[in-house]
Design a protein around this ligand. Structure first.
Ligand SMILES: [Fe+2]
Ligand SMILES: [Fe+2]
Length: 419
């Protein structure tokens, strides 16, 4: 293992040094990057991240200090220090392109002492997806602080994406992907810390909070399902952008309290197709994610919209978004409805299981939330009253996905709150 770790930094250093002498496509630049990726592969068989830090002038890779510095490693460490990078995390899934772009970033960045958020933003703009930078002092932060930052970042990404669409621009797919990957990582690390944030409802910014909440809830279900990382992220991106098509509707219509006219509802029904079209223009979007956005109101019993043809095969992940969408809508106060508590929402959803909602997924959402969902008010046997902030088992239960059902059932009642 130590040989592999030493190899990783050696090749990074070699590529960076040669980048100063040769063009990026030259084999002396490209080959060390490929070798670096090869060295990383076995390291990621039993861990998901590899941390590279500079501590007291020593290069430390995953706790192993590298004392015998070659000239290329000295250059590498000097560049990290000059730009202001105390810690770099390589994540499982890192590609040759990520490493190549990271080396290019180290080579081309001339500013010194850049703030970490600026470095993060630049790497995101360049499309680096599995190498992230952190300040070492972040190690002292607790999960709830991290979760709040990650949630806040996703909220900003949604605000920007929806604004871009309204201004006729295509939203940044790489930025969306990164925000969801961060949320997915946090859901894996501390699900309750992330789920707790979905219960903070903001009446004025409903659309944005709703998008992030549906993403977090979908990620929690996707993890309980045991889906692989790329599928989990695809589901999370679909959750984040599921209602992006509503940007094409009149604001008065989206905000209208009370019952919609038939004509108004026909307008609302266009948003999944509009969303599908918008995602088609974005980068970093999987085809399945687009389909899920298009299908998020088709419903388990196929009575929703757009109405599927009899032979149409729905993506099973569309039902994950539907369950998350329903739960968040029910637990949020709107001008036309009171907010249900998590338990009340689950009671309503159990009645819809097998009809408009996939019964297995309603059960999985319940398991993901735990017996006493985060945010639930409880009275203890001591008569003390408190709010649940976490579950001992975190609701972690995995289950294999079953094939997509085409069952038919009763129509979803004409609620206004789930469009
Ligand atoms: Fe929604
Ligand atoms: Fe929707």
């Amino acid at each position: 293992m130590e040989n592999a770790i030493a190899g990783v930094v050696r090749y990074l250093g070699a590529s960076l040094k040669n980048r100063g002498l040769y063009p990026p496509t030259h084999p002396l630049v490209r080959t060390p990057v490929e070798k670096c990726r090869t060295e990383l592969a076995p390291i990621f068989t039993d861990r998901s991240e590899l941390a590279l830090t500079v501590s007291d002038g020593t290069l430390v890779l995953e706790g192993v200090p590298i004392f015998q510095l070659t000239s290329s490693l000295e250059l590498f460490m000097a560049r990290l220090g000059a730009i202001g990078l105390p810690a770099v995390i390589f994540e499982r899934g890192v590609s040759v392109e990520d490493i190549e772009l990271f080396v290019r970033f180290l080579h081309e960045t001339k500013e010194q002492g850049l703030p970490i958020p600026e470095i993060k933003a630049r790497l995101a703009r360049w499309g680096v997806t599995h190498i992230r930078v952190t300040a070492t002092e972040e190690e002292g932060k607790d999960d709830f602080t991290f979760a709040r930052e990650i949630y806040g970042n996703a909220l900003n990404v949604v605000v920007r994406a929806l604004k871009d669409v309204r201004n006729g621009k295509t939203p940044d797919g790489a930025e969306t992907y990164r925000a969801v990957r961060e949320m997915s990582g946090m859901v894996s690390r501390n699900r309750d810390a992330m789920l707790a944030l979905t219960l903070i409802k903001n009446f004025d910014t409903y659309t944005y909070n709703h998008s992030v909440n549906v993403s977090v809830l979908s990620l929690a279900v996707a993890e309980t399902l045991g889906l692989p990382e790329n599928e989990r992220i695809g589901v999370g991106v679909a959750g984040l952008l599921h209602d992006v098509g509503k940007t094409q509707l009149a604001l008065d219509l989206i905000r209208k309290p009370g019952t919609l006219t038939v004509e108004e509802f026909e307008e609302i029904k266009k948003h999944p197709e509009e969303g599908y079209a918008i995602l088609g223009k974005m980068t970093h979007i999987q085809d399945s994610t687009r389909s899920v956005v298009r299908e998020h109101h088709m419903r388990f019993d196929r009575t929703g919209y757009p109405r599927p043809e009899p032979e149409y095969r729905m993506n099973p992940h569309s039902n994950v978004i539907a369950v998350a969408d329903c739960f968040d809508a029910l637990t949020t106060m709107r001008s036309y409805q009171k907010a249900s508590t998590p338990q009340q929402a689950l009671v309503i959803m159990r009645k819809l299981a097998g009809k408009s909602l996939d019964p297995d997924l309603v059960e999985l959402l319940e398991r993901s939330l735990g017996v006493y969902p985060v945010g639930t008010m409880v009275r203890l046997s001591t008569m003390e009253v408190g709010i649940v902030t976490g579950n001992a088992d975190g609701g972690r239960a995995s289950r294999r996905w079953r094939s997509c059902s085409t069952g038919r059932g009763t129509r979803w009642p004409p609620r206004r709150g789930w469009t």
